[in-house]
Design a protein around this ligand. Sequence first.
Ligand SMILES: [Zn+2]
Ligand SMILES: [Zn+2]
Length: 111
Amino acid sequence: MLDTIRGWLGRPSEPWRPRSYRVTPTAAGADVNYDCYCGCDAGFALDRSATDTQPEHCCCGNAILVGSAAAARVAAALDDPAAFRIDVQELRMPWGEALEVALAIPQAADR
Ligand SMILES: [Zn+2]
Ligand SMILES: [Zn+2]
């Protein structure tokens, strides 16, 4: 409730992070989506058979990656890692595996 009021005022009490992720089973694996602060329904399409997955980017500059060591891999893919903070959460996939979800958020979004 307090968060809602802070949202109305446009002054978040803490840096933005996804409130939750939505995991949807797909033929290849799962779609992991979140409501981005820019208004997009952003996310990552996880293909369980892919070995070299790249982060998916939102129009605001967020980069998301799902999988083992996701935080390290998303950081490695950034041009300027210092310009981002990385939010890491663990999500249960439809097949029972818990995977790391790493979201690189531009520090500029915190201003
Ligand atoms: Zn967007
Ligand atoms: Zn966005």
